[in-house]
Design a protein around this ligand. Structure first.
Ligand code: FES
Length: 635
């Protein structure tokens, strides 16, 4: 079949693409990140691109179509006007000729701004690996002992270690290492049982990698194992985003497409290996110097990483293939660290409460406290753990991706140009905002223009619109407000946050009625989940709220309380811990007792299936209402 040259602008990536492939598939092949919430089902409209032929025209001069005709879904989502200007959905449009594809700013997957540094807690060091320096007797004629047997003899005599096994690749490296090191070698020993690496002479460097595989973000923490310190961190977007922003789209991919799981794993491991390379370069070591690893992630990411079929997570009763912790070999899974290294996957709790939540719990240790602690991890899904040393309960709630900026008209993730904070004057209803990448407020002439709104700012917008009387407690826009920022369109009311000249889009950025509804659904899910967990423990108040994840770092705590995102507590009792899941992975990396603790706590936490509660729906609807006006704005 014919191939056609496709160029993506402004990135400039180019290559030959088989005729009939979609622009989305071309983008994936050429390493161009495009937004997608629906996983290519032509329902979200986030993958909008502008198609030009190589001379800059939508159609070639000869009148020949360069792409497939617009589908009905495209016409509905984009409108005839946009289509006549060359705008198309990348997931719907097939390549039929040589093209240039312009990716508008709002469609580009820019690198998210992520809190790369986990808040490091003090921990006793008890890693799974240690290094042993050995001086091994030379072989002698008449003493017919193999190299490994002579090494084993030294291990038994000087270190009281016997019956060890050795990784085959390490064994293959042994003769050279012994001879080039003048019979002195360093062994890396895993769990006092297995030799996983042999180096010539004295080699003291020992590093481990804690990986947090999120639906949206991959984060890696390179630790110096003898000190437990993080020496390099790296975070990047999960490339699976082009298959859909939420776990359900990814699971659906594995069900509908025979190669789905392989595709998801292949792009994931490519990105993880780039991450390994980046942290290794930062610490000036080789990837092979990483001799141990831990991995956490929600249940779907955990399954995809481990090559376990995630399809049964997608439907009731949401059964995982495995809940227990699992140890795998790095080489078998294609992770570019020391080939014989072990990778420890933390256990999952139940359904969507995954290993990332277990990691948050071992980092925050509510089971060692008297205070009643509510741990909230908000991502595409919301995960809650409530309790103290007496009892812990957990639940998963379908917050939807609104808190991550998806399903919001101008929503985007927290990348450069995303509006991250919003203030609205309650009297004049004038707006000030701040974007990621510039510390100045919009009235201080910032250099970076706005391209969308991220989750933290949508919370701000909701609370501030409540304060300013733009929306009511039920989330409806108040009618007939006379203000240039209020737009009462036929379809729905909107409030202008950024005027066109303050944006990179050339049009106003607004918050519309549907956006407020999406926030209400997310907030309703989170708050009703917390309320039902409180009822389960028979308590009326919580003492502390812990916001895990980078989402928590950016939100205005008072605004979150004012819009009733979680149960009412003092703003001082709300803590943001940064990437607590990453921190849990680090703790399990440097202390094997934490791995046992994780396995134990994952079985002890009582999982509550919220949808089985008879009054779940009533609670949910009640929790969608914003708090009473007298509470709003008590700052
Ligand atoms: S419409 Fe194309 S990815 Fe959603």
């Amino acid at each position: 079949m014919a191939k056609h040259s496709v160029i993506f602008q402004p990135a400039g990536n180019r290559g030959n693409i088989q005729e009939g492939k979609t622009i989305m598939e071309a983008a994936r092949k050429l390493g161009v990140g495009l937004q997608s919430t629906c996983g290519g089902h032509q329902t979200c409209g986030k993958c909008k691109v502008k198609v030009l032929d190589q001379h800059g025209y939508y159609k070639s001069k000869k009148g020949q179509e360069k792409v497939s005709p617009p589908t009905e879904k495209e016409k509905g989502l984009l409108g005839e006007d946009a289509i006549s200007e060359g705008y198309r959905l990348a997931c719907a449009t097939q390549v039929l000729g040589a093209l240039t594809v312009e990716v508008p700013p709002e469609t580009q997957v820019s690198h998210e701004v992520i809190s790369k540094t986990a808040i490091q807690k003090a921990v006793t060091l008890k890693p799974a690996v240690r290094k042993l320096y050995l001086e091994v007797p030379k072989p002698q004629l008449g003493h017919s002992q193999g190299d490994w047997e002579r090494v084993s003899g030294v291990l038994k005599e000087h270190f009281a270690l016997k019956d060890l096994t050795i990784d085959h690749e390490a064994l293959a490296a042994l003769p050279k290492a012994l001879r080039s090191g003048n019979w002195k070698v360093t062994l890396t020993l895993f769990m006092e049982k297995r030799v996983i690496r042999i180096e010539s002479g004295l080699a003291e460097k020992a590093f481990g990698l804690a990986l947090d595989v999120g639906t949206t973000t991959l984060a890696g923490y390179l630790c110096d194992l003898p000190t437990g310190e993080v020496v390099a961190t790296e975070a990047r977007s999960n490339p699976q985003i082009s298959y859909g922003e939420d776990v359900i789209s990814r699971i659906t991919r594995t069900i509908r497409n025979q190669e789905g799981l392989n595709e998801l794993r292949s792009c994931l491991f490519d990105s993880l290996n780039e991450l390994v390379q980046a942290v290794s370069q930062e610490a000036n070591i080789a990837g092979e110097d990483i001799i141990d690893a831990t991995i956490v992630g929600n249940t779907a990411m955990h399954h995809i990483f481990l090559n376990l079929d995630p399809q049964h997570l997608g439907s009731s009763p949401f059964t995982p293939v495995l809940q227990s912790p699992m140890d795998i070999n790095a080489r078998d899974f294609g992770l570019s660290i020391c080939p014989g290294a072990n990778v420890h996957a933390l256990p999952v709790e139940a359904g969507f409460v995954g290993a990332d939540n277990v990691a948050v719990v071992i980092a925050e240790e509510p089971y060692n406290q008297d205070d009643m602690m509510l741990v909230i991890d908000v991502g595409t899904n919301g995960e809650l753990v409530l309790g103290n040393r007496k009892k812990l309960v957990s639940a998963s709630c379908a917050t939807g991706p609104a808190f991550e900026g998806a399903h919001i008209k101008f929503g985007m993730r927290a990348a450069r140009g995303a509006i991250e904070s919003i203030k609205i004057d309650p009297d004049s209803r004038e707006v000030r905002f701040k974007v990621v990448g510039d510390d100045r407020w919009s009235d201080q002439a910032p250099a970076v223009k706005a391209t969308g709104i991220c989750g933290s700012a949508i919370i701000d917008a909701t609370a501030e619109m409540l304060h300013a009387g733009i929306i009511n407690r039920r989330g409806a826009f108040i009618k007939n407000i006379s203000n240039p920022r209020m737009l009462y369109n036929k379809k729905e009311a909107e409030f202008v946050i950024a005027w066109a000249d303050e944006t990179d889009l050339g049009r106003d950025i607004t918050v519309c009625q549907n956006d407020i509804r999406s926030m209400q659904l997310g907030k309703g899910a989170l708050l009703s989940g917390a309320n039902l967990l409180m009822r389960q423990l028979d308590i009326e108040n919580v003492d502390k709220v812990i916001l895990a994840g980078s989402f928590g770092l950016h939100i205005d705590r008072q605004n979150a309380l004012d819009m009733g995102l979680f149960p009412d507590v003092d703003a001082e009792a709300v803590y943001s811990t940064g990437n607590a899941a990453g921190e849990g992975a680090r703790l399990a990396l440097v202390n094997t007792d934490k791995r046992r603790e994780a396995a134990d706590i994952a079985r002890r936490i009582e999982y509550m299936e919220l949808s089985l509660e008879s009054d779940f729906q009533t609670e949910f609807v009640r929790a969608m209402i914003f708090p009473a006006p007298q509470k709003v704005g008590e700052k």
